[in-house]
Ligand binder design. Structure first.
Ligand SMILES: O=C(CO)[C@H](O)[C@H](O)COP(=O)(O)O
Length: 208
């Protein structure tokens, strides 16, 4: 499993400082939606400049205006950009086209999608599919992602990611059920007393 560090609700300088402490333990770096909303494409550009060797994920959560937003992300230095799976399929198609042209990757965020919608999205074989329990579901309902999803939904050749309140304790259940290739971890690292130690523990468990 790859570890994607999600950076949210902080200044760009804090995001860079925090990432420096944990970069050896993480694979992909997500510029969180909150950073993009607050600081725009500067957040993506500055993270790519600070960490040129890392895969930078722009969590822009596109739902419309796909070409404009995806071109903006890739021009700013993102390697992966996110689109909501509940978008009209024409939006997903446009994201796939732009990503193909830039030789970059689309991550489809499956938040609030039905099984029927998921099945319609499966044709985008080059995309990463992210099973996501949202911040509001976490903070208002106490939910988190333990990976309990029908794994038969996904073919063996599909790349799956999981996000949403993931902690060290959820990894075992995630692995047994969804078995994602990418685990997206925000607060469990960024809000830890010692982020470097927290990230190293994830790396150690993930490697087992
Ligand atoms: O996409 C997100 C919020 O919409 C976060 O990046 C994702 O939920 C990971 O952060 P955390 O581990 O704190 O939930």
């Amino acid at each position: 499993m790859k570890i994607q560090l999600a950076l949210d609700r902080m200044e760009i300088s804090e995001a860079i400082e925090l990432t420096r402490k944990v970069e050896d333990s993480v694979d992909w770096i997500e510029v969180g939606t909150s950073l993009i909303k607050e600081f725009g494409m500067a957040s993506v550009g500055e993270m790519k400049q600070a960490f040129p060797a890392k895969t930078i994920v722009a969590d822009i959560k596109t739902i419309d205006n796909a070409r404009y937003e995806f071109e903006m992300c890739f021009e700013a230095g993102a390697d992966v950009a996110t689109v909501m799976g509940v978008s009209p399929l024409v939006t997903i198609e446009a994201c796939m086209e732009v990503a193909g042209r830039y030789n970059k990757t689309v991550m489809i965020d499956l938040l609030n999608t039905t099984e029927h919608q998921k099945r319609d999205l499966m044709k985008y074989k080059n995309a990463v599919f992210c099973e996501h329990v949202s911040k509001d579901q976490q903070e208002e309902l106490g939910a988190s992602n333990h990976g309990v999803v029908d794994k038969n939904l996904y073919g063996p050749d599909m790349t799956i990611a999981a996000a949403g309140g993931i902690t060290l304790d959820s990894l075992d259940s995630l692995r047994k059920t969804l078995n994602p290739s990418i685990v997206i971890i925000g607060s469990a690292i960024t809000k830890a007393e010692n982020p470097a130690e927290a990230a190293a523990k994830f790396k150690c468990v993930e490697a087992k």
